[in-house]
Design a protein around this ligand. Sequence first.
Ligand code: SF4
Length: 355
Amino acid sequence: MTISSFMFVGRFRYWKQSFCSVEEKKKVVALLSGGLDSRLAVKMMQNQGFDVTAVAIKTPFCDFDCGRGCGFEIRETADMLNVDLKTVYLGDDYIEMLKNPKHGFGSGMNPCIDCRAMMFKAGKKVMEDIGAEFIISGEVLGQRPMSQHGPALRTIEKEAGLEGKIVRPLSGALLPKTQPEENGIIKRENLGMIRGRSRKEQLKLAQEFGFENPPNAGGGCLLTDPNFAIRAKDLFNHTETPTTNDIDLLKIGRHFRFDSKTKLVVGRNKDENEMLKALALAGDVLLETKDHVGPISLLRGESSNANLKLASDITFRYSDAPKEMQGVSLIQKNEIVSEVPASNIAEQEYLKYRI
Ligand code: SF4
């Protein structure tokens, strides 16, 4: 690609002036992820004179900036871009889709095509509510193997009921004409020609637009994390309809599968111990080693004597108690505290349960 894909920036400015001088700004909805690509897409549309409303989609598997409060960074991005922000949470519907996604999974447990279709459907609703002309995203042709090749982009549009109405400004000049282009609302020469996984062109464009500290690529979705995917698959294989609480549990601790109904989660630090206490539901059992510093564990499922003893031994194993000694675990179920013996368990005896 010898013609730089961001040479069109200068032309945006010219077009912006002529566009704005003749009519009121047209509305566009943008899917905003907090990453660089969607920021650039928004800016490109603003430079062409559109009034952009951003939609941030959250799922139970998002891992964006949770340390600073859910959605903090997207809110900052929206403020920086000076756009209205609407946040849509896909909870139970998303979990239902994940049981059997029509277009399958990527290399982890990521159902990218079905996921993107759901996100665009949510964006479509906002588009209709505010009377926007079309919807944009920061997708780049060929950037992601599952969902960003030509046929996948078309499938997503079809599944979302948005055929011809999704504009991908960064790669738009490489993609088939969209309705807004047919209607003359946007022009091909104002769309980008970015393709593939390199971020070089995006970084140049970010500089051109004056974006400081452009965010790093990747991250954000736990379903693409191989270790998380193993735990998520185990959950979906053993639970007909997991809840968001089940999914929040997947995000912390060491996980052990005892039987088809029962699993143990062992905290790895103080924060996780507190989170396990907060996530415990009626019927769950919380365990900790008596008289020694150690983790909190949460047993969910069948609290048979055998499972309680195994949970007690594993919790003891991860505590500071000298391994040659016997101990006692405190167990709490439905506010009732009792004790069970704890003994040193051999590594091969408990690691076989590790998920
Ligand atoms: S990476 Fe995750 S959030 Fe992104 S499309 Fe795939 S499943 Fe959805």
